[in-house]
Design a protein around this ligand. Structure first.
Ligand code: HEM
Length: 215
């Protein structure tokens, strides 16, 4: 495989990324297995309006992509450190038989989380992205949690913690946005865009938790 990779990258660097990079287990954005979201792209646009999420935020998120691309592991060390040291949160990664955190489960989710950083920064709001937001909501809720990684863990992530995590996630991201020398004003803009985007996603993920007709 390394030989094939080197030939392909000599031909066209993008091919290696797209076709040879190992698929992330359970990451199904754009796959036919993902159900259609119960909210539309028009609903998304309205929600973005209510969040004061503008084209400027899209540009700021895309600017952050190049800055964050080589830092996803370091960012995840910080986020996982926070979850691991917060008993109220780590319980949702616990094995229900042993009561201990399930290392395999944490590791599997971590790979998809790294990809989520890049997807969030890419800010491509098409139908496939929207459908995957519904899927991620289901995966946190009683409808689909544990299924992707076939684990025995808590039945759901209790909803109240999902919007709450917007704050630690975006607060701890800020130093990483500043790492590659962007001017302070641009770091502020990227940070503000991240806060809006993570809150937007937390809202979309709330749909499976909310009674029919009330979302
Ligand atoms: C803003 C808040 C949050 C963000 C951005 C976030 C992000 C993510 C992402 C990207 C994934 C992987 C999605 C995929 O399968 O592709 C995931 C899964 C998961 N997250 Fe969150 N999450 C948030 C809140 C929480 C909270 C509060 C907890 C509680 C500890 C939590 C626990 C989990 C668990 C257990 C999974 C695996 C679910 C499964 O079984 O498939 N998340 N999260």
């Amino acid at each position: 495989m390394p030989f094939l990779k080197s030939i392909l990258s000599a031909l066209k660097p993008g091919i290696v990324q797209a076709e040879v990079a190992a698929p992330i287990p359970g990451y199904t954005l754009g796959k036919p297995s993902v159900a259609r979201a119960p909210y539309s792209l028009d609903d998304l646009a309205s929600l973005q309006k209510a969040l004061l999420f503008s084209d400027e935020d899209v540009q700021a998120l895309r600017q952050s992509a190049a800055i964050l691309a080589d830092q996803t592991d370091a960012i995840l060390d910080v986020w996982y450190g926070f979850v691991a040291s917060t008993p109220e949160l780590v319980v949702f990664f616990g094995n229900t038989r042993t009561g201990a955190p399930d290392a395999g489960y944490l590791a599997a989710v971590r790979q998809r989380f790294a990809r989520w950083i890049l997807d969030t920064a890419e800010a491509k709001y098409d139908q496939a992205w929207l459908d995957y937001q519904y899927e991620i909501g289901l995966r946190h809720s009683k409808f689909k949690k544990n299924q992707t990684d076939q684990v025995q863990s808590t039945a759901q992530v209790n909803f109240r913690y999902i919007p709450a995590l917007t704050i630690p996630i975006t607060t701890t991201l800020k130093p990483f946005l500043a790492k590659h020398g962007a001017p302070a004003a641009e770091v502020e803009k990227m940070h503000a865009a991240w806060v809006k985007s993570v809150l937007l996603q937390a809202i979309l993920w709330s749909q499976p938790y909310i009674r029919e007709g009330e979302f």
